[in-house]
Design a protein around this ligand. Structure first.
Ligand code: CU
Length: 176
């Protein structure tokens, strides 16, 4: 019993019980299996990681985002521009305290190179209700090639705690 002290004072010379040995072996082997699965899943697990990242400056990224917004804004929504960039193009979304900017509008079954960068702290890009999750770091452009296969309205949620307005850091992506 773990709640009472061992009866023998020098308990560490006692042989290890069989069940405990079995348990240690099972846990160790399972740990090994999961370690190698991690490597396997990286290649074959259809993960949506950002495989490309480039060093950028906040100013440079803002400039590129603004250029896209100026050229392809189709309407406004609650003070946010809704941008409909041409299929196949480079698309930018800024993460900052506390918003994802601008709102993007994609066409179904078309591919885009989505660039994500933070202008201040680390944020987490989580696309709801799909299982797409990645970290957005300041100073880096995280590139993901996206091909939406479902029309609808998707929410971008920040899933890396980033301060007092973290829970209000919501963005939107439309797929038409
Ligand atoms: Cu955030």
């Amino acid at each position: 019993m773990a709640l009472t002290p061992p009866s023998a004072r020098i308990w560490w010379h006692e042989p290890v019980a069989k069940v405990e040995l079995i348990w240690i072996t099972v846990a160790f082997l399972w740990g090994l299996v999961m370690f190698f699965m991690m490597i396997y899943w990286h290649g074959a697990g259809k993960q949506n990681l950002s495989n490309e990242a480039y060093r950028i400056t906040a100013e440079g990224f803002t400039e590129r985002t603004n250029a896209m917004v100026e050229q392809y804004t189709v309407r406004e929504e609650a003070g946010y521009p809704v941008v409909h960039p041409p299929p196949g193009s480079d698309v930018y979304m800024i993460a900052r305290l506390w918003q994802w900017w601008p709102i993007l509008e994609f066409e179904k079954d078309q591919s885009y190179r989505l660039h994500l960068a933070s202008l201040d702290w680390q944020h987490g890009f989580s696309l709801q209700p799909t299982n797409i999750n990645l970290q957005v770091h300041p100073g880096y452009d995280m590139v993901v090639t996206v091909t939406p296969d479902q029309a609808g309205e998707f929410s971008v949620v920040c899933n890396e705690f980033c301060g007092i307005g973290h829970h209000m850091m919501l963005g939107k992506i439309y797929v038409k």
